[in-house]
Design a protein around this ligand. Structure first.
Ligand code: GLN
Length: 487
């Protein structure tokens, strides 16, 4: 397999053996990104200098006979809400358009240690709020499978970059589906780790009780290997778990024998989209053929997930985004006095969806409404978690589609926020429950668009996600299918 569809493993192997240099790999990917970005808009910043310097360091280490890290020379695209020291981090917002962080996020440090070459920062919905990447202040990302379709969001740039062969690996962030939904739309694999599995240090906060950084790649094995690099305890994030990390890559070879797969029948039977239903059913049958047992389970409170999420996430966002006041970070629009400066900065700096969420969240938290909205939402969140606890008494993983449809058209849902929020119905419940989840391609729609299967596991059982998703990947045989980009 040749450039640009080589896997992270192949690239590392060739760098290690001296068949190529990390600098040559970086140059090839940087050129490709430059050529294709005008059409795809998946990168907000392409970091030539940083990428070539990191690659040169890998080459020097190899020449000096030092042992190379697990991602030595492998190009990675990073969502632009992860702080990169000295490199602009915008969150796709005007308010941070020129913000240059003085430090690296935990996952960025981990990438650098592993020898990875960070190519640049990827486009997203502003502050990771959205499901189509259309809330970016810096332009829409295209879906590589059909350029007039949404790539999904909010990690649309990272999903697009991996699907289009602009990087074998990418990092995204997932609060309510933001690595899984774009992965499903773009035909790649993404893991939403258990809350606490990956440090949030240096991830610009959206909804702190939900945010997690997640790996994205064209194959389950590559996503698993990236998870191995970024997972682990970090004392700088108080919610970071101290549990040891698993061997996620090794887990990919375990197969599905004896696996009990929970199937949420009413969710699957209720699907309007026949293509999604058929392909998800086929993936479940494939798991069964490989030795898994299908068990019916139910998540009776999952239907409330959209309401619960859009109360809790907006409440947390309204608090987290209070720091962007024109004084400490980023944009400042000076007014007549301090309040006027705050007002002008925030009115001009934030886009419409971010403003909507700040208003919704502030309302949900305000005196008199707190009990009726926020507290109630927290209670229902607990019920959703209990649904999973009950399900996991009968099964090892729970399967649903990742999304109710394949990629919708750009512009299709922008005028109706509620319709957009409903794109998250399957990804929100595991997020609210703090569980581990993966989305992996399981088929194509009649129009040739990717469809994703979501597999959910109990906390810290990412290994089981990798083993079951690998079975689906092998059965579907789509891993070598790439979009026809004429380049
Ligand atoms: N689409 C969801 C939202 O708009 C989830 C976003 C995310 O996971 N960051 O909030």
């Amino acid at each position: 397999m040749s450039f640009p569809w080589q896997s992270a493993f192949e690239i590392r192997e060739q760098v290690q053996s001296g068949a190529t240099t990390a600098v040559d790999v970086a140059r090839a990917y940087l050129d490709r990104a430059e050529t294709m970005n005008p059409e795809l808009a998946c990168f907000l910043t392409i970091d030539h200098e940083g990428a070539l310097a990191a690659a040169a360091q890998v080459d020097r280490a190899r020449e000096a006979g030092e042992s190379l890290g697990p991602l030595a020379g492998v190009p990675v695209a990073v969502k632009d809400n992860l702080c990169t020291r000295g490199l602009r981090t915008t969150c796709a917002s005007k308010i941070l358009e020129h913000y240059i962080p003085p430090y690296d996020a935990h996952v960025i440090e981990a990438l650098r240690r592993s020898g990875a070459v960070i190519l640049g920062k990827t486009n997203l919905d502003e502050f990771a709020m959205g499901s189509s990447n259309e809330n970016s202040a810096f332009g829409d990302v295209a879906n590589p499978w059909a350029l007039d379709r949404a790539p999904g969001g909010s990690s649309g740039g990272s999903a697009c970059a991996t699907a289009a062969g602009l990087a074998p690996l990418a990092l995204g962030s997932d609060t309510g589906g933001s690595v899984r939904q774009p992965a499903a739309f773009c035909g790649v694999t993404a893991i939403k780790p258990t809350y606490g599995r990956v440090s949030r240090y240096g991830l610009v906060a959206f909804a702190s009780s939900l945010d997690q950084v997640g790996p994205m790649a064209r194959s389950v094995r590559e996503a698993a290997s990236l998870l191995e690099v970024v997972a682990g305890h970090d004392p700088r994030d108080a919610t970071s778990a101290e549990r040891p990390t698993g061997s996620y890559l090794e887990a990919c070879d375990r197969g599905a024998k004896g696996l009990r797969v929970g199937v949420v029948r009413d969710l699957i039977d209720g699907l309007q989209d026949a293509d999604v239903r058929t392909n998800v059913e086929a993936a479940l049958s494939a798991l069964e053929t490989k030795g898994a047992t299908l068990v019916d389970v139910s998540l009776p409170h999952a239907k409330h997930a959209v309401s619960v999420y859009y109360l809790i996430a907006t409440a947390e966002a309204s608090s987290n985004l209070a720091r962007f006041d024109g004084i400490r970070y980023g944009l400042r629009v000076s007014g007549d006095d301090l309040t006027d400066t705050y007002t002008k900065t925030r009115a001009q700096g934030f886009g419409p969806e971010v403003r909507r969420r700040i208003m919704l969240g502030t309302y949900a938290l305000s005196a008199g409404y707190y009990d009726a909205f926020y507290l109630k939402a927290q209670r229902v969140r607990t019920l959703i978690r209990r649904d999973y606890d009950a399900a996991f008494e009968h099964c090892d993983v729970v399967c649903t589609p990742t999304t109710p449809t394949s990629a919708f058209a750009l512009g299709e849902k922008t005028s109706d926020p509620l319709q957009m929020y409903l794109a998250d119905i399957f990804t929100l419940p595991p997020s609210l429950a703090g569980l581990a989840a993966i989305s992996t391609p399981c088929g194509r729609s009649s129009e040739g668009l990717p469809i994703g299967l979501q597999i959910v596991a109990p906390p810290f059982e990412e290994d089981i996600l990798c083993s079951s998703a690998q079975v689906v990947e092998d059965a579907c045989g789509l891993v070598e299918a790439h979009p026809d980009l004429a380049r």
